[in-house]
Ligand binder design. Structure first.
Ligand code: ADP
Length: 457
């Protein structure tokens, strides 16, 4: 496999070679043509001037075919060494016509007495004698036959063109190598970095050197690499958290079972109650994890139905009423009139509200209140669960939706929270194209707001 640099260099070389060769050939051809025309014009001029002198001396054209006209060499089909102006006849190179265009010196395909065509007179050169127009010299244009000196001149021109081609190719080669190296440098870096990622070293970043497609590629690679690192760290953290979370109830169950087995603990109702309670917590955590994993993978199926937000809050309040009463907390309901319906999976949404309400009841002290409100937003419906708990510090507001995050680790685990309630709520709300966030001032309670698109909005 040839490298990209090699292919680029070859491409540059081929393009420059074709370009310079084309220029050289065209320039060579054009030079030869132009030079031929120049010599032809010069000789025609010279013939006209010789003819003018001849006429000036003789006053007529008689005997002109005896003259050795200088300058017809370059006009000879056979080149400089053949023919001369003498005795040309109709097969000769030049013809002279008088003032009326009648041929007086035969040549260029014309006999004496014939008339030159107007176009031939136009192509010919006017002969003047003492400022008077006395005739026309006409030479039929033929291909240029250079003299030895002229041939040498053209050969010199061709040599220079060839040299220019060689130099241009050399320069193209050097530039091609430099440009190809510069162009492929980011690709080489990317290849090294990609191999490192494939080998498991995910934290790779390459330099973004340009704003073009290669720069974009480097930028995307850096982004991908950073995402991979983040995903790996999250997975590691998750695995550690899950192991940690499951170990707590499991070790309690094991400890009690062993104590029972060894006769250290009496098999009382309370012991079995503790074991049952911890097993239930374990079950709940595993179920929460399953829900979260499915929601994250987008595999949690939603059975959407048009639902009235007010009725959903009422059902949640009714379900938690005994718990609230038990804690001496008053549950208040505040549903705005004319609320639009929302297109949601009622069971999943009930789970979201239940998770939020569970927390609100958990953190609200006895004798206080928890308020459930449904408000109308712009093309949305907002469900707000406002408690009278301790509130949440600003620096924790952004983190409480993370899985296994607990503001106060020891206390809340004892109170039965899995640390997954808000993560599940967020995941479910996002699956409904909604948003969820918390607003809180420490000491003044917290409000959890779920905003969902209004149906038909
Ligand atoms: P947990 O099962 O521990 O309650 P969550 O995901 O439901 O897990 O909540 C994460 C953390 O957010 C809680 O440990 C607590 O620190 C904080 N939190 C949640 N709801 C409230 C609330 N209503 N008042 C104060 N803090 C709260």
């Amino acid at each position: 496999m040839r490298s990209l640099s090699f292919k680029l260099i070859i491409s540059f070389l081929v393009v420059s070679l074709v370009g310079t060769l084309l220029v050289a050939v065209l320039a060579g051809q054009a030079t030869a043509d132009e030079f031929g025309q120049f010599v032809f014009d010069r000789d025609l001029e010279s013939l006209a001037s010789q003819a003018g002198e001849y006429y000036q001396i003789h006053g007529h054209w008689g005997g002109a075919d005896e003259v050795r006209w200088q300058g017809t060499r370059s006009m000879m089909p056979g080149g400089m060494n053949q023919g001369s102006g003498r005795g040309m006849g109709p097969g000769g190179m030049m013809a002279i016509a008088d003032v009326n265009g009648v041929v007086v010196l035969s040549g260029a395909g014309h006999r004496v007495g014939e008339k030159l065509a107007p176009v031939e007179i136009a192509q010919g050169k006017a002969i003047e004698s003492e400022g008077e127009f006395v005739g026309t010299v006409y030479v039929r244009p033929i291909s240029f036959r250079p003299s030895l000196a002229e041939e040498a001149f053209l050969a010199r021109v061709n040599r220079i063109l060839l040299l220019a081609t060689v130099i241009a190719t050399g320069v193209a080669l050097v530039l091609g190598v430099l440009i190809a190296r510069a162009l492929t440098q980011p690709l080489r870096e990317l290849t090294v970095a990609t191999r490192a990622v494939a080998a498991g070293d995910l934290a790779q970043q390459v330099a973004v050197r340009s704003q073009d497609e290669l720069g974009e590629l480097a930028h995307s690679f850096n982004q991908m690499s950073a995402d991979l690192v983040r995903a790996r760290d999250t997975r590691r953290q998750m695995t550690a958290d899950i192991a940690h979370e499951l170990r707590t109830p499991l070790s309690i169950i094991l400890g009690h079972a062993e104590a029972l087995h060894d006769g250290v603990l009496p098999p009382t109702q309370e012991t079995f109650y503790i074991i049952h309670d911890e097993a239930q917590r374990l079950n709940r955590q595993i179920e929460d994890l399953r829900t979260l994993t499915l929601a994250d993978a987008g595999e949690l199926s939603l059975t959407r139905r048009l639902s009235a937000p007010g009725a959903m809050l009422e059902r949640a309040a009714a379900a938690h009423a005994p718990h609230a009463a038990q804690k001496g907390i008053s549950l208040e309901l505040d549903v705005a009139p004319d609320l639009p319906e929302i297109d949601v999976d009622p069971d999943r949404m009930a789970q979201v509200i239940s998770n939020l309400l569970d927390n609100a009841l958990r953190y609200t002290p006895s004798g206080q209140r928890v308020r459930l409100s449904a408000l109308k937003g712009e093309k949305t419906v907002r469900l707000v669960i406002q408690d009278s708990g301790p509130g949440i510090a600003a620096e924790q507001l952004g983190r409480i939706f993370d899985r296994f995050y607990r503001a106060d680790k020891s206390r809340q685990r004892d109170e039965g929270g899995s640390g997954l309630g808000l993560a599940i709520a967020k995941s479910l709300v996002l699956r409904h194209q909604g948003q969820i966030w918390a607003e809180s001032q420490p000491g003044q309670g917290s409000a959890f707001i779920v905003e969902l698109p209004a149906a038909g909005g």
